[in-house]
Design a protein around this ligand. Structure first.
Ligand code: FRU
Length: 469
């Protein structure tokens, strides 16, 4: 049990106790969503990696299940995962659930190999006798060879694995007819020189007419913001044509996202709502790490790629407040908007306003010495999340570009939880995710406008209930 619940979130996935990093094995199996995650059950710090496990019917209410994978297995050919079951994915075959993960060893050379564990009930997993199913990195890779993501296409199984060579991050591509025997097909995509020297957690999937590749790049020892690249996948040539790319999230606390396709045909992504360099005040209470809210990856009516909070999140809503058509000039507290676990949806009319910097102050203390600011800078077309006075956590300033809609309007949809803030700009065109650690009593909300007035068209606000007991 955790020592103190003060930093626990209301409606985000988090470990019951101990450490959590990447989402793993995100899949729908027998109608239920399963989410595994990199987990150290014994401490609030990273350690020998287990796969923690939870399931859900709606991706909102979660039930914790027993740890699915633990390190330290010995085989005839030596140890494979003594130092951890690293990140990977899940897929169903002949009604069994297969987990594909990286066995990490400090005794074996090479240190990272790909392994399988199977289950008939989705709860108890047995590691495959034939592990490792890929026992060595290929010529195009290196000892950093991890995070297999598997999918099925045209009666074949495919896998991308993250690696690097010659200073470039790479996605290595494999094919199989049975999930056990894998043929190496080549480098399916690699860094263009500016996208990192190591790719962690690659995920390649169809998205409407195209394919998309997401990965979490490293630059030297440093992990950086996950990237999405759009392009066409040629399975025959084993090549992904790398077209346009963008950051999936402009905040500090977003890493190692993974997607699934569900029975409704939705491509849903969830990410680790922290990263290696995050501050984690909750460690003193024996836990650390959380997941973002699930986001549906899709295109809007203008053909723009968007990340939409999944519909099911609406079931968390209670106590609706609405305000329509008013101007803000200076700073104004709006008492109806207060709260620490809330959803706020605001439409601004930029075209008919004269303020060039406006926005919100959230999680404010009475004296305003503590506050989390969201500023819209209409001259530079940037949304800025300013954490300088946000409390105990990270204190950086995070900027995302935006374009006001053709009609000069801007929509901000904010998901606040006790220790997090996820900002969706223009219905998911950009997202900015951060953990924040203000005092529980810092709950007031202001709207502000500098150098003139801002026209607020509409505000909807809900309190969001807790899904944890
Ligand atoms: C990404 C990562 C993965 C690895 C796992 C280890 O955050 O470094 O590449 O499999 O975490 O916990």
């Amino acid at each position: 049990k955790v020592k103190n619940t003060k930093y626990r979130l209301n409606y985000h996935m988090m470990p019951p106790v101990g450490w959590m990093n990447d989402p793993n094995g995100f899949v729908q199996y027998n109608g239920e969503y399963h989410l595994f995650y990199q987990h150290n059950p014994y401490a609030a710090q990273w350690g020998p990696m287990h796969w923690g496990h939870a399931k859900s019917r709606d991706l909102v209410n979660w039930e914790h299940l027993p740890v699915a994978l633990a390190p330290s297995e010995y085989y005839d050919n030596g140890t494979i995962d003594d130092h951890g079951c690293f990140s990977g994915s899940a897929i169903e075959k002949d009604s069994e659930l297969y987990l594909l993960y990286t066995g990490h060893s400090i005794e074996r050379n090479p240190m990272q190999v790909q392994c399988i564990a199977k289950s008939r009930d989705g709860i108890d997993f047995i590691k495959e006798n034939q592990n490792p199913v890929i026992d060595h990195f290929p010529k195009d890779g290196s000892k950093d060879f991890r995070d297999p993501k598997v999918w099925e296409y045209d009666n074949q199984y495919y896998m991308v694995v993250g690696s690097n060579k010659d200073g470039k991050g790479k996605a290595l591509f494999y094919q199989s007819s049975n999930l056990i025997e894998w043929e190496y097909r080549g480098v399916v995509a690699e860094s263009n020189g500016k996208q990192g020297d190591m790719w962690e957690c690659p995920d390649l999937f169809p998205l409407e007419e195209e394919h998309a590749l997401i990965f979490s790049p490293m630059y030297g020892e440093k992990n950086e913001k996950p990237i999405i690249i759009f392009g066409e996948m040629d399975y025959k040539k084993a090549k992904f044509s790398q077209g346009k790319s963008m950051l999936l999230d402009y905040g500090h606390d977003f890493y190692a996202p993974q997607t699934l396709i569900d029975e409704k045909g939705r491509r849903i992504m969830i990410g680790w709502m922290d990263m290696w360099f995050s501050k984690r005040p909750s460690e003193e209470d024996d836990w650390a790490g959380a997941m973002t809210i699930p986001r549906e990856l899709t295109y809007n009516q203008n053909g723009k790629f968007v990340q939409k909070p999944i519909e099911e999140l609406k079931t968390l809503r209670k106590n609706h407040h609405q305000m329509e058509g008013f101007d803000i000039d200076g700073v104004q507290r709006l008492p109806d908007l207060d709260g620490s676990a809330t959803e706020l949806c605001i439409d601004f009319d930029i075209a008919n306003s004269d303020s060039s910097v406006f926005g919100l102050q959230l999680r404010c203390s009475k004296d305003r010495s503590e506050k989390t600011m969201i500023k819209v800078d209409t001259i530079n077309e940037e949304i800025i999340v300013d954490l300088t006075s946000a409390g105990k956590g990270e204190s950086g300033i995070h900027k995302a570009p935006y374009r006001s809609n053709t009609n000069g309007k801007l929509n901000l949809r904010l998901f606040l939880d006790t220790t997090s803030l996820e900002v969706f700009v223009n219905h998911g065109e950009q997202v900015i995710t951060n953990r924040i650690y203000p005092h529980a009593s810092s709950n007031e909300v202001d709207l502000f406008a500098e150098g003139g007035k801002i026209k607020v068209l509409n505000v909807d606000k809900w309190s969001l209930r807790s899904v944890w007991k």
